[in-house]
Structures are given as structure tokens and as C-alpha cells.
Design a protein around this ligand. Sequence first.
Ligand SMILES: *Cc1c(COP(=O)(O)O)cnc(C)c1O
Length: 471
Amino acid sequence: MCEKQDQAWLEDSLEKNDEEVFKIIRKEKERQRSGLELIASENFASAAVLQALGSCLNNKYSEGYPGVRYYGGAEHIDELERLCQKRAREVFKLDADKWSVNVQPYSGSPANFAVFTAIVQPHGRIMGLDLPDGGHLTHGFMTDKKKVSATSIFFESMPYKVHQDTGYIDYDRLAENAKLFKPKVIIAGVSCYSRHLDYKRMREIADENNAYLMADMAHISGLVAAGIVPSPFEHCDIVTTTTHKTLRGPRSGMIFCRKGVRKVTAAGKEEMYNLEKPINEAVFPGLQGGPHNHAIGGVAVALKQAMTEEFIADQKQTIANARHMAKLLLDRGFNVVTGGTDNHLMLVNLKNKGTDGNRADKTLEAIGIACNKNSCPGDTSALRPSGLRLGTPALTSRGFKEQDFDKVVHLIDRAVQLTLDIQNSLEPKAPFKDFKDKLYKDPKFVEEVKALKGEVSAFASRFPMPGLPTL
Ligand SMILES: *Cc1c(COP(=O)(O)O)cnc(C)c1O
């Protein structure tokens, strides 16, 4: 009896046990509920996903792989991990004889680092789309002054770029440079690029240089799962992904790689892939310890959901919403880079409007609209990015349809107008700090910010927010 009472606090609800954290989570939930989420990499995980994530799976250590663990009591974890792998292949329509999948990476960045660790020697060469051009940090990002990403410290990276005038990837220059640089891996993957990738062309470039072609479909994996954008699996040797963006699962990562015959030489000799073992060993024990089984449980749930009609309809709606949003922005004189979108996001260059990403992003944040400032093709200063990255997955998960984006774009337009009004009240070269002071402190603008924020909140609150009821 006495012992039981001593342990009672371990069963208290979060609200009772830790009011401070509980209150912060409630505030964050309210922010998510009453705001407009346009961050292209974010989404609202379902209640079932969050339940798996908050389950006892969190307690279990299971270093190793199904059937070969360094910890006892892993029989149910084995079943879970195998189920997750099976669903991962099903979702992306992969043959178990041809594709291996590792569901243990903690997230997208560790997944990419594991691939390079597995197949690129230290100081071996990689080529990815440059970060300012829409690529990801982990594709070898560095600047003139600094090797920023570990993927540029431990490996030698040469970026490829988009055309400054069109915003489309310059595949010809990639082909030319790959011939000189001879990378071990070419990465086909983007964080801010609104057009389909030409995997076929990239396959040809990889083949010319005996390089592996790796797709990083982190942003678009939900769209790929729904079969509504070109699948990278057709042309790539390796595919990495996060699971929490369009796929709408928990924060985690996966690596798919081919196995079996890589190619047949002119002499008729079969050359086999050697990816599965090195990649598995790079994930564990190379870079990670125990897998996050609660995350793997959540990924399994998300993958099952990704095979439903409802999910496919949502992904289609995500693209329909993005197309509609891009059109509305173009109609209002915004410069949508590449003139539109094929996927769930768009990049808007604000230069012609007389402002930049930093300032517009601050105003939008102040009124409850979340997005990212982003550099645009032709930008010279990384400190003053010209544009905004806007994405539709999160709002689509809340049930937004095309006509709802009429209102969203109207609100964005007013925020940009307010940004210009504030700028016009300042000296032309006034620093960013002065802008923020006006936005947050000048009574003339504070009132309009408040009114717009109220409008955003009233509008957003009309839509349900997927997730658990209280937290
Ligand atoms: C988001 C993203 C990642 C990294 O994912 P994290 O889970 O944040 O580590 C990797 N690659 C691309 C293309 C991404 O967009």
C-alpha cells in the first residue's frame, strides 16, 4: 500500500505532474490552432500517430535489427519494425527482392549522413543542389567562408544550381561539372523547389560518371506515396526521406536502397549492388544507438494511413491548393518563381513588390501566418533573402480547399501591403531592427497588426486541427 503511494506520481497526468510544461504545450497548441501554417515542411500528425508516439514503445532498447538484437525482450519490437518495413515497401510499391529499407534513422539529416558514411569514403565527392537554390543543408552545404554542414566537412561537395533567370535546375551545367568533378553520389532532392525533378536525366548523368543516384524525397514523400508526382524509385539507387512532412507521420527518417544486379557489363558479367549491408551498418552501429521505437511505431501507423483513399485525396488536394494559391498570387502581381508549381510549395520573390523575405516574414509572423523567408534565384546576399517559401500540406490536413486559399492569399497580400507601409514610414535604407520596432511598437501599425491577427485567428479557428484532443 505504502509502496504504491510512493509511485503514484508516476501515473499523474502531465497537467497535474508538470503544470509548467503542460501550459507551454497548451500555448503551442493554441498557436497552431489559431494560426495559418504555411511552412512547407510542416504538417499535422493524426491522433493515431501521436498515440503510438506517446506509447510504451518509448521505453524499449533494441540495438540491432529484427532477429539480431543486442537486447532481450525485443520480440514485439521485431514484429513492429518488420511491419513498418513491409508497409514502407507497400506504400512505394517496391519489390522486396529489389529494395531494402531501413526505418531506424532518427530523422532526415541522420539518414542522409548514414548513406554518405556507407558509400562515400572520407573526402569522397558528392553533388547536391545548392542550399540557396532550393537544396538541403545535408546535401553538402558550404559557403565561400565556411564548411557549414558536416556533409561538406567530411566529404568534398560541389553544388549544382538553378538557372538565375528561369528558376529551373540547370541540368546541362550539372552534367558538365559532374564530368569534371566525378562525384561518387549525385543527390536529387529539394527543400524549396516547386517543379518535378528530371530523375531520368539525372540517372543519365550519374551513369556517365559511374556515380550513384540518390533521391532525397523528404518534402514530397506523401505525394510520391499517393502516386501523384513522378516516383524517384524508378531511376534511383538510393532513396532517403523524412516521415513528418507531406507523409504526415512522426519526426523520423527512412533509407531505401536497391539490391541485386546493378548492371551487366559489355562482357556479360553481372555487377551486384553492395548497398544494403554498408547502409544498415552505417545507421547502426556506425552512427546511431537504439532505434526510436515509438517513432517507428508512429511511422508504421502513418504508412498504413498513406495507403487509404482519404490520404490520396488529401495529397491531391494539397497540390490543387498549391496550384490555386500560386495562380491567385500571380493574379495579384506576385512573382512566383518558375511561374507556378507542380507540387505542394511555391517560392515567391518579393523584389518587384519593393520588399524582401525578412520583412514580409516578420509581418506575417506577427499576424499569425507562419512561413519561411527564402533566397531566390539571383539573390546576392544570403542575409537579405528576397522571397518566401509557402506550402499547403498543413492547411490541407485541416480541410482547406481551393476557395479557402482565396482568403489566405488575401491576408498575405494585406500583410505585404502593411510591410510596405511600415517601410515607407522609414528611411529607405533603415535597418531591420527599425522595421521590427515599428511593427511591434508604433501604435499606428500595432493596431492594424492586431486587427489582422484577429482576422487570421477567427478564420483559422473555423477549421479542425488533427491530433490528440488536449495536447
Ligand atoms: C527536411 C529535409 C531533410 C532533413 O530532415 P530533418 O528531419 O529536419 O533532419 C533532409 N532533406 C531534405 C530535402 C529535407 O527537406
